[in-house]
Each structure stands twice: as C-alpha cells, then as structure tokens.
Ligand binder design. Structure first.
Ligand code: DOR
Ligand code: ZN
Length: 336
C-alpha cells in the first residue's frame, strides 16, 4: 500500500479547550502532530504565566492518559493591558514566547481582549515583547461589516509592522485574498492558513440549507479568496505556515446558539495530503506544515514523524458530541 511520512508536522493555531473536552479531543492532534500552538481563549482566559504553565500541565496529563508522550504543546499568553514587563520576562524564561491579541468582541472568548489595539499601553507592551524577541499573533478583524472585517483591520497591521520592525507578527487564519499582499509587504509580518479557509467558501454556510457547522470567525468568504489562499499554501510560500484553527463546540452550541468554530482536528493530515496531492504539490507539503513554522517561530524540528497510508478514512458524524469538518465524507488517506 502506498504510504507517506511527514516530518515534524506543526499546527500553529489550535483550540484544545479544557476539562472533559480537552481529554476527549487531545488525541486527534497529539497523535498526528509534533507540536501545536495552543490558543489561550478559555472561559477563564490564560492571562498569566502561572495559568499558562498549569494549562500546559493539564494538556500533558491528558496526553499521558492516552499514552502519548511525544507531543509538545506550545503555550500562548492572552494579551491584556495588565501584562507587565516582569510577567513577560517570566514568560520568556519559561519558554512561553507567543502573545495572542484578540480585539475585544471579535470572536469566541475575546471578552477580555483589547479595546483599542493602538492604545499607548498596548504599544508599550508590544515594545517590550519586541525587545524580548517574542512573537505576536493577532486575530485581525475589525467590528465592521462581516465580510470586510479582515481588510478593515489592515491599517493596524501597517502601523504595527512599521513601529516594531523586530517583532514577528502573525496575521492569523487569513481569509481574504487581499491580505496576502499585506503580509508580503512587511518583512516582519507572517500568517497562518487554515484548511477550511482554503477549501470552503460562504456557500458551505449559507449556499443551501443553513449549516452552522461551517460558521467560523473570520467567516468563510468567496471562491476567489478560497482559491487564492489555497494557491499560497500549495506554493510553500515562506511567510505562511499551517494553523488549523480547529475549534470544537458541542453540537448544541453550534446548532442552537450559533457558536463560531470549525472542528477539523480529526481530519487534518489526511485532508492536507489529499489536497496537496490532488493539486500536484505534494513536494511542498512539508514546507507548509513543518519547515515554514520552524523558521518563522524559530522552533527546532522534532524527531516525530507521522506516517499515512492510502487507505480510505470515513469521517465520523460526531466525535464526543462535536461534529467534525466534512462529517460523513470519505478521504483517500488515513494516518497509519
Ligand atoms: O471560529 C472561531 N472559533 N474563530 C476564533 O477565532 C475562535 C474560535 C473558537 O475559540 O471557537
Ligand atoms: Zn482560533
């Protein structure tokens, strides 16, 4: 049977939640990736180093319970105006070097986010982060019209890109083709790409019967956006790394309350391989999911290799009460 081995795959944007949900879903990522950048937007957001360290411990314990010992969670710190230089130094010393900035109200768990990104207090924190060699990840959306939010946020990236030339800034989950040129414009600007933004459009949400399982932030956009983002990923462009933004919500929260988030963790590697193979770009896949992240975030490649085989994977209708992306469909590859 045809097989394929991927070296040190990284998922640079992942929601693992906490408690029972964490325990149930951790295996989907921990078995298949060497490392993942864990988002801090819990119900009690990870706004301090102590909280991040304790959360990392819970993640590692959940891995251990599943018999997984070779997965490294990379922790991020939720950026609030109360972060101090002492706290940032402590973070850096403990290997926590990624700050996540949520504009207040932009998405799930952003209530503690930043009201005004270009406020002097925030700029002061970013100056310290720059001097410490940290990375700033941003959910880049305004509070304007839903389809234009990402582009409306561009001026903020322009200011930050110019003001902090040594700060590595990540434009998270790019969803709009117009953002690609912006990322290319500044040497210190990079981006993550999700599979759902490169494979789906707004049609998946609202083109037929309303499908809340494909509702996410930033919202899926046009076919033109989707195709442009796919081409960027397939090219192995050095400024773009893979970040799934896999974000589980229980079925009820999606169907009754309209929670934003797509749960893609169970299908990521098979779908990545299928996507790159069918576009004759398989030789660029490791660049996209391993080497680019290693360079952008200055992460050593892990010794962990993940093997896939060309055997159909039937995607379940539900995983622990969460409906996964492409539920019920069949993929050409499975993790061996
Ligand atoms: O769709 C989303 N869901 N986008 C985000 O930015 C957050 C995420 C979540 O935490 O559910
Ligand atoms: Zn996210």
């Amino acid at each position: 049977m045809e097989t394929l081995t991927l070296k040190s795959p990284f998922d640079m944007h992942l929601h693992l939640r906490d408690g029972e949900m964490l325990e149930n879903i951790i295996k989907y990522t921990a078995q298949n990736f060497a490392s993942a950048l864990v988002m801090p937007n819990l119900e009690l957001p990870i706004v301090s180093v102590d909280l991040a360290v304790a959360y990392k411990q819970r993640i590692l314990e959940a891995c251990k319970k599943q018999g997984i010992e070779d997965f490294m969670p990379l922790m991020s710190l939720y950026l609030t105006p109360s972060l101090t230089e002492v706290e940032l130094r402590k973070a850096k010393e403990l290997g926590i070097f990624i700050l996540k900035l949520y504009p207040k109200g932009a998405t799930t768990g952003s209530q503690s986010g930043v009201k005004e990104v270009l406020d002097s207090k925030i700029l002061e924190i970013l100056g310290i982060a720059e001097s410490l060699g940290m990375v700033l990840s941003i959910h880049g959306e305004s509070n304007g019209f839903v389809m234009e939010r990402e582009v409306e946020f561009h001026p903020v990236f322009e200011v930050l890109g110019k003001s902090f030339p040594k700060l590595r800034i990540i434009f998270e989950h790019l969803s709009d083709y117009r953002s690609v040129a912006l990322v290319e414009k500044y040497e210190n600007l990079f981006a993550t790409l999700t599979l759902h933004h490169m494979l789906l459009s707004l049609d998946s949400v609202a083109g037929g019967m309303l499908n809340p399982h494909y509702f996410c932030k930033p919202i899926l956009k046009t076919k033109k956006d989707q195709e442009a983002l796919l081409q960027v990923a397939l090219s192995g462009h050095s400024k773009f790394s893979f970040g799934s933004d896999s974000a589980p919500h229980l079925r009820n929260a999606k169907e009754q309350k309209g929670a934003a988030g797509i749960f893609s963790a169970p299908i990521l590697l098979p779908l990545l391989v299928q996507t790159f193979e069918s576009n004759r770009a398989l030789e660029k896949l490791e660049t996209f999911i391993s080497y680019n992240a290693s360079k952008i975030y200055q992460l050593p490649l892990s010794k962990k290799n993940v093997r896939l085989c060309k055997k159909p994977m039937i995607i379940p209708q539900e995983c622990y009460g969460v409906v996964p992306m492409l539920a019920g469909e069949t993929l050409e590859w499975s993790v061996a």
